[in-house]
Design a protein around this ligand. Structure first.
Ligand SMILES: Nc1nc2c(ncn2[C@@H]2O[C@H](COP(=O)(O)OP(=O)(O)OP(=O)(O)O)[C@@H](O)[C@H]2O)c(=O)[nH]1
Ligand SMILES: [Mg+2]
Length: 471
């Protein structure tokens, strides 16, 4: 009896030890952040990546898969109880329906855990059984990274910057007049406060529609459950020396500080600082289509976003990271299926040039970076079309607006990315050498063979860069 109990305790002790061991050593976790500005392609990327990791027939570029070492991949309950789950099934359902459609826009952070069973390679392969890697994928809006810039600003510094920005933004000058005319020393009136915040938010939306990328504060465009709350009910105001306690100015200042403390800080603390690997998705083609100003704005915004990946340069972040860092960052130009593959190297070169400043700095912080052109879900097929004396490399697909099939030539991207970025930097209003158009294609109906994920372009190479070394 006594011996039995002792033995029991002993085995349980051993079980406990192995339990802890397997969690700490044998089942490592890798946290992959997926971000990008709104409509960059985050949801489609995660959905297709997960589907293609579960059915790996189209993933030859993932070395562990080519070596036959990935035994299985399966979804598990995610480890964070307070984060919404990434709704993989609904999004995949949309893309693979008989009449496929793009998934709905998502508005907040979400997470999914995919676990991979892997046979080790190299020296240990004969000695060890299969091991498990948990891949925690976190989807969050790139706009939230822009808020990092607020952390080091006071309300008056931020206001000054925003008011200057309004001068050149669509709908900006009128709003600027209104803000200047506001008596900000008057006691706070919630109606006025709300009207100003709404006008400011409307202007951010207008700028976003016109192709501008930096439309921060991030939650004004993506409020989620904070919609209508005081932390989102403020707007930039010109300096006012007369503004005393309880004035509109002071209250907006207080709300701005509260936005930093209650919204921005928790996101960086609870989510961002725990990321190991990062994908930044960029709709470079969309910006090129929108014109030089949108391209220049995208370049600047990317530079701003990427300061978040250089914790050394920011006191608030260094404190959070405590020496830990993001190990790899992939910059991916999405929706490359809008171009014939002959043009893909040019798109990649543009992507590289767009992130050059930022990449140099990130590299400085020790992260490995790479630029790719990808399509998470290929919606087109390629076609060479005779056009008078030339043959043009086109793509063919179903147009989203009309449902009709069309072949389409988006215009030749320049071989030297500076032919786009140069004029954009100098403030050109339109492209000199004609236009670049982008059609919106509907996802193509799929007939997938067993073991095949959705069709893509270079998603396997992207996965190899991001997680290949851990498989
Ligand atoms: N042709 C093509 N279009 C794509 C691809 N990925 C995304 N798109 C298009 O881009 C749109 C936005 O994609 P999402 O994945 O929803 O983008 P998101 O970044 O999650 O957008 P928000 O949730 O609104 O921030 C889609 O509705 C498609 O029209 C792709 O691989 N190929
Ligand atoms: Mg989304």
């Amino acid at each position: 009896m006594v011996i039995g109990t002792i033995a029991d305790t002993l085995t349980r002790g051993v079980e406990n030890v192995t339990g802890t061991l397997s969690e700490a050593f044998l089942e490592p976790t890798l946290r992959l952040g997926v971000t990008g500005l709104s409509r960059a392609g985050k949801t489609v990327f995660i959905t297709s990546l997960v589907a293609n990791l579960m059915d790996r027939g189209r993933m030859p570029g993932l070395v562990a898969q080519a070596e036959g070492r990935i035994l299985s991949a399966f979804l598990q309950p995610q480890p964070d109880d307070t984060l919404p789950r990434f709704d993989f099934e609904t999004h995949l359902g949309a893309l693979t329906a008989r009449a496929p459609h793009w998934p709905d826009s998502t508005r907040a952070v979400s997470e999914l855990r995919l676990s991979l069973r892997i046979r080790p390679n190299g020296l240990l392969s004969g000695l060890q059984g299969p091991r498990t890697l948990h891949l925690d994928i976190v989807d969050y809006p790139g706009e939230w990274l822009l808020d990092l810039g607020l952390m080091e600003k006071s309300f008056s510094q931020w206001s000054e910057q925003m008011l200057t920005r309004l001068e050149t933004r669509p709908g900006g000058p009128a709003l600027l007049e209104r803000l200047k005319a506001t008596d900000s020393a008057a006691p706070l009136d919630e109606g006025t406060a709300r009207a100003l915040a709404e006008a400011y938010t409307a202007q951010l939306h207008e700028a976003r529609e016109a192709g501008f990328s930096d439309c921060s504060p991030g939650r004004f465009l993506l409020p989620g459950e904070l919609e209508g709350s005081p932390v989102l009910t403020f707007a930039p105001l010109p300096p006012n020396a007369e503004a005393g306690r309880r004035s509109l100015w002071r209250e907006f200042e207080r709300r701005f500080d509260s936005y930093k403390a209650r919204v921005v800080k928790p996101f960086f603390r609870d989510h961002f600082s725990r990321i190991d690997r990062q994908v930044v998705l960029v709709d470079a083609l969309g910006a090129i289509h929108a014109g030089p100003r949108a391209v220049e704005d995208l370049r600047q915004t990317l530079t701003d976003i990427l300061t978040a990946f250089r914790p050394g340069g920011n006191a608030f972040l260094s404190q959070l990271f405590l020496g830990k860092r993001i190990e790899k960052i992939l910059f991916a130009a999405t929706k490359a299926d809008h171009l014939h593959h002959l043009q893909h190297p040019r798109l990649t070169a543009i992507m590289e040039a767009l992130t050059r400043d930022a990449r140099d700095r990130a590299r400085f912080a020790g992260a490995e970076t790479q630029a790719f052109s990808i399509a998470a879900l290929r919606a087109t097929t390629e076609q060479m079309m005779d056009h008078g004396v030339q043959t043009l490399p086109c793509v063919r697909g179903t147009l989203l607006d009309t449902g009709r099939q069309a072949a389409f030539y988006p215009g030749a991207l320049p071989e030297d990315p500076n032919h786009l970025l140069g004029p954009a930097r100098k403030g050109a209003q339109a492209w000199l050498d004609g236009d670049y158009s982008v059609m919106r294609f509907a996802p193509a109906p799929l007939t997938l063979k067993a073991g095949e994920g959705p069709p893509h372009i270079r998603l396997d190479r992207a996965a190899q860069f991001l997680i290949g070394d851990r498989l």
